[in-house]
Design a protein. Structure first.
Length: 306
């Protein structure tokens, strides 16, 4: 039985999308669909039903897919144990960090790494979401701290912090009073490159609420440029509150149906590696006994939440 086809089926089950599963594995959708189809033929049962609402397990699939998870988990455990026996554990942890991750969270990671059962040093690399994802899945990084957006379905994810999002619109009035998403959809939003986690967050926010996203025709290189260009009046922007450094005529907390819109930051890692136990311990320390604290300028006044 083809192991890659089992992983394709697992990814489709987790993402509920053939296209998202294909992107996660870096293969074409036809190749992934063909692999799942061959697996279904070999098993003699259909695993998924496709509809306009998405991909759902069939009745047979609902029983088979947990068994596939179990098989792949056992194989990964076997490979990880062999690697542990063959390779000495490094004394450092290679951490990829999105530019959106603040210095406070990075400093907390350093403190947490030094209080592990086996204290370790962190080696940092800052980059956008897409290259960090590629390096993590290729084994060039041990863990990444990034915005929590769709992707990397085969790896472990845990939210470690959240913070409110604000909308900046040079052409709007309202000062700093909260505003609903539906009230700001006519603005043209400045975005960064497609590899940027903030751009992914913005596009997913509008898409998930069936709202068309109008964009400024140019492209900023970073969230810092987004903030600066919005201050210059080139267009509107969505930014985490802690990333606002310029003065704006209108900088308003964003709401969706009366609920503050927040961006979540997460740790993503592979637990089936020689560092798996240490990474689990590190992330647990980062999340402060499992809770994800709010970050930003008014952390103390808002408290912590998940």
């Amino acid at each position: 039985m083809n192991i890659e086809a089992l992983r394709y089926a697992q990814a489709v089950s987790r993402t509920k999308s053939f296209s998202a599963a294909a992107r996660a594995y870096g293969v074409t959708q036809p190749a992934l669909s063909s692999g799942v189809a061959r697996l279904e033929e070999e098993l003699g049962v259909k695993l998924f039903d496709r509809s306009p609402r998405g991909v759902r397990p069939t009745e047979h699939g609902a029983r088979i897919l947990p068994l596939i998870d179990h098989v792949l988990g056992s194989l990964d455990t076997l490979a990880a144990e062999a690697q542990r026996l063959a390779s000495p554990v490094t004394e450092t942890i290679r951490v990829g960090v999105s530019p959106l991750i603040g210095a406070e969270l990075v400093a907390r990671a350093f403190r947490a790494a030094r209080t592990l059962k086996r204290p370790r040093d962190l080696v940092l690399r800052e980059a956008d979401l897409e290259p960090l994802s590629a390096d993590l899945q290729a084994g060039r990084l041990d863990i990444v701290l990034v915005p929590a957006v769709p992707g990397m379905p085969t790896l472990r994810h845990r939210v470690i912090a959240r913070e409110p999002v604000v909308v900046i619109d040079p052409d709007a009035s309202g000062g700093d009073s909260p505003v609903e998403l539906k009230a700001v959809v006519d603005a043209a939003y400045i975005l960064g490159p497609p590899t940027c986690g903030l751009t992914t967050f913005t596009t997913e926010l509008f898409r998930s609420h069936d709202v068309a996203l109008r964009t400024y025709p140019g492209e900023a290189a970073s969230f810092r440029a987004v903030d600066e260009w919005a201050a210059m009046g080139l267009g509107a922007a969505l930014l985490p509150r802690s990333k606002i450094t310029h003065e704006h005529t209108s900088c308003r907390p964003l709401l969706q149906a009366g609920v503050p819109v927040e961006i979540a930051y997460e740790a993503v890692w592979d637990c089936d590696t020689p560092l798996g136990a240490d990474l689990e311990e590190l992330v647990t320390a980062l999340t402060v006994t499992g809770e994800a604290p709010l970050v930003g300028r008014d952390t103390a006044s808002r408290g912590a939440g998940d």
